[in-house]
Ligand binder design. Structure first.
Ligand SMILES: CC(C)(COP(=O)(O)OP(=O)(O)OC[C@H]1O[C@@H](n2cnc3c(N)ncnc32)[C@H](O)[C@@H]1OP(=O)(O)O)[C@@H](O)C(=O)NCCC(=O)NCCS
Length: 217
């Protein structure tokens, strides 16, 4: 439903009417190349996915780039996040992309496959139920454990342990979300692998960590 106030469009209750389904919901402006996108996912405006596996229930807000990465289930990825920004070949005479995008400039019949394979070898991996805050950057080859939080504006240059909150440039641990025994229990329960109907029937249990663990551990 669109209403107009002083000629400016105002979105009213579109958000609450929306329902995701087993087919991904992909904004028309998103570009997705050679990637897998799971069920109940939402890919926001101007998102770019290249050679990425994007797990069930995960979503991106707008203007997100994810390249050569594995993203688990139930991840929340805020706008302007970039996962795996590619490095340039700093050791060459010129680091300009013409040295590997040769066709683009008429400098060769094919691009530099070895260079792109080198980038591919630095995959990023994001676990399940990870929240990545606004405009965070996850550098090539980084692994982020399940349940972790990446603060807004962080530049993540080191792997992040499960259920750990990191923030800053470079990102450093701020604290753990839970005590170790709770983290261990959640990782063992791995609720993110439950089928949709099971999740639905147990939905209220997700709201209380202590009760959840005593019920399902
Ligand atoms: C990291 C975050 C989750 C807060 O975690 P928290 O454990 O509650 O942290 P606190 O607010 O208690 O702050 C702890 C410390 O980290 C610092 N900090 C918090 N968020 C930070 C950030 N994004 N970058 C740098 N430092 C940050 C605080 O200044 C504080 O530092 P101090 O101990 O020197 O005073 C939150 O600040 C954040 O960045 N959320 C992302 C919001 C967002 O991007 N939303 C997009 C829509 S989904």
């Amino acid at each position: 439903m669109m209403q107009y106030v002083d000629k400016f469009p105002v979105l009213t209750h579109i958000e609450t009417e929306k329902a995701l389904g087993t087919q991904p919901t992909i904004h028309p402006s998103a570009r997705i190349w050679d990637s897998y996108v799971g069920a109940y996912t939402e890919i926001g405006a101007n998102t770019l996915l290249i050679e990425t596996r994007f797990g069930d229930y995960s979503y991106t807000a707008g203007d997100v780039d994810i390249i050569y990465s594995e993203v688990g289930k139930f991840c929340s990825i805020a706008s302007h996040v970039r996962i795996n920004p590619g490095n340039h070949p700093m050791e060459r005479v010129t680091q300009h992309h013409m040295t590997y995008r040769r066709k683009l400039f008429g400098f060769g019949d094919s691009d530099d496959g070895d260079f792109f394979d080198w980038r591919r070898a630095h995959k990023c991996s994001v676990g399940h139920d990870v929240w990545i805050g606004h405009a965070a950057i996850i550098m090539p080859g980084i692994c982020i454990g399940s349940g972790a939080v990446v603060g807004a504006g962080a530049v993540v240059t080191k792997n992040v342990d499960p259920y750990t909150i990191v923030a800053g440039v470079p990102a450093k641990p701020v604290r753990q979300r839970f005590e170790n025994h709770i983290i261990q229990a959640l990782l063992e329960i791995a609720w993110w692998n439950w089928p949709h109907e099971m999740l639905k029937s147990r939905f209220d249990d997700l709201l209380d960590v202590a009760a959840f663990i005593s019920k399902y551990q």
